[in-house]
Design a protein around this ligand. Structure first.
Ligand code: HEM
Ligand code: HEM
Ligand SMILES: [Fe+2]
Length: 447
């Protein structure tokens, strides 16, 4: 038995559902790209408009990433708190509730039942059920930590990030009749999630993994974690201003948003430097090569996607041309993939072998899948970016029509389709591998 606490098992169904939704999300992504590359027959568009499939693609992404974070939390907290989860029953109940809401919401989109706000389409009253699910989760995790009376910086930061995440969602609930105000709060959720709360969660989970797979002293990791969290909050909160350029906010936001968001790559860079610092001299102490590969891949692509591709269009002088174009889409893909998809996959590869009682497993398929996914996503980002540059140049510099730009972009979307299929192969390989992990040769297996 490799688990220290039996209640860590509740994580497994979270992981399995997350993985299946991941496959579905990518399949829908390919359909989206196809609708740019070729002309879809009108009768099909009438049944499944682009806005609906886009909502399905992005909501699936958010849903599976959050289920992954929750499962991961349930796996990690018992070890940090050194006790069983407060209530495994509540953990299962919450999973059933959230997946139920997810399925109803996705089906609802097809019938036009949507709030219409990108990424947050889930309509009333389903979004209130999401809040109930989140409260059950926070209560369960909070009680586990409280009962244990064992405070660690890592689990404290994780819990802080999760509370921050849930609080921000509340700004999505009210109906704002003024569209400007509506978008203003929409960004509080979207931006303060991916560049605030989720970064805190990522930093805490990465710190924990580093403590587990290297022999680095916990105090050292924790000290840096404080610095990173402080910097993330400082740059991320004021950096929200890079979304206020276009929604009628006062002019000073151009400055605040531009300057602070341009500083956002710093904490990400610090996180890589920090992780590398721990790992560099401790290769012999490493437990598990694949998890290590994923940690490095994640750090690098996190920086490339969020730090570099984010910086590219964050200054008002550039955003003036690129706003809402395929340049944004390129950044959205590589940032989400590098920072949060790979973070989840890394954790799945850490936790699932333990949940299956495998001390060591055959890492070949997983390693291949990682490279397949990452290379496909990197190239896809480039293809989206070329399409984006064409779009901005033709529409916003030359001032030509929308369809003139689309005609030039089509070729690049055909390439995105091919790369998407390659990515799908990598994703399916990852999922199949994780669900059917095989022991490594000469490894010990215990039930
Ligand atoms: C892991 C972290 C990040 C993720 C997952 C992420 C993801 C996204 C996504 C999905 C959008 C598109 C939202 C929409 O319009 O529908 C977006 C927009 C944007 N992001 Fe990020 N982002 C991250 C970090 C950053 C950072 C660090 C910067 C700046 C250095 C940045 C700069 C921007 C800008 C300027 C936009 C608005 C683009 C526009 O005007 O169309 N992002 N981001
Ligand atoms: C891990 C894999 C993926 C992630 C993390 C992801 C993420 C996202 C995100 C965040 C958006 C919203 C973009 C924005 O508003 O800026 C989006 C939209 C989109 N995705 Fe993906 N996606 C993935 C896979 C795919 C694949 C494989 C394809 C196609 C081959 C694809 C094609 C698209 C398209 C065409 C859109 C719509 C862009 C638009 O509105 O013009 N995605 N995806
Ligand atoms: Fe942002």
């Amino acid at each position: 038995m490799l688990l220290n606490y039996t209640s860590q098992r509740v994580a497994y169904p979270y992981f399995v559902i997350a993985l299946l939704l991941f496959v579905l999300q990518v399949v829908v992504g390919i359909w989206l790209a196809l609708s740019y590359a070729v002309t879809i027959p009108q009768w099909l568009v009438d049944i499944l408009p682009f806005s609906t499939t886009r909502a399905i693609h992005t909501n699936l992404l958010v849903l599976w990433l959050l289920l992954g974070f929750m499962g991961t939390t349930y796996f990690m907290v018992p070890e940090e708190a050194e006790r069983e989860i407060y209530s495994p029953f509540l953990a299962y109940l919450q999973l059933v509730l959230l997946v139920g809401v997810g399925v109803v919401a996705l089906a609802g989109f097809v019938f036009g039942w949507t709030k219409g706000k990108p990424l947050l389409e889930i309509p009333f009253p389903l979004d209130y059920l999401v809040v109930v699910g989140a409260l059950i989760f926070l209560f369960n995790v909070g009680m586990t930590i409280l009962k244990a009376r064992r405070w660690t910086v890592v689990q404290g930061s994780l819990f802080g990030g999760l509370v921050f995440l849930a609080l921000m969602y509340l700004f999505n609930l009210p109906f704002y009749s003024n569209l400007s105000i509506d978008w203003y709060y929409w960004w509080w959720v979207i931006h303060l999630w991916v560049e605030g709360a989720w970064e805190l969660i990522a930093a805490a989970l990465t710190a924990w993994i580093l403590i587990k797979i290297t022999n680095v002293p916990r105090e050292l990791v924790e000290r840096w974690l404080y610095v990173e969290l402080g910097l993330f909050l400082f740059t991320g909160i004021a950096g929200t201003g890079h979304h206020y350029y276009w929604l009628g906010a006062p002019r000073y936001w151009l400055w605040v948003g531009g300057i602070f968001s341009a500083l956002e790559p710093l904490p990400i860079l610090l996180m890589i430097w920090d992780a590398w610092h721990y790992i560099r001299n401790r290769r012999d102490g490493l437990k598990g090569r694949l998890v290590f590969t994923l940690a490095v891949g994640m750090s690098i692509l996190h920086f490339v996607g969020a730090g570099f591709w984010g910086f590219l269009h964050t200054l008002p002088q550039i955003n003036y041309y690129t706003h809402g174009s395929q340049v944004t889409v390129a950044h959205g893909h590589i940032a989400f993939f590098g920072a949060y998809v790979l973070l989840n996959v890394m954790f799945f590869y850490y936790a699932i072998p333990k949940l299956k009682g495998l001390a060591e497993f055959d890492e070949r398929r997983g390693t291949l899948a990682f490279w397949c996914m990452s290379i496909a996503m990197a190239l896809m980002t480039l293809a989206f970016s070329v399409a984006g540059v064409l779009q901005t140049y033709i529409e916003r510099v030359m001032g030509l029509g929308y369809m003139t730009a689309q005609a030039q972009m089509r070729f690049w979307f055909a390439i995105v389709v091919v790369l998407g299929l390659t990515l799908l192969i990598g994703v399916v390989l990852t999922v199949v591998d994780l669900l059917t992990l095989r022991p490594a040769k000469a490894a010990t297996v215990s039930p």
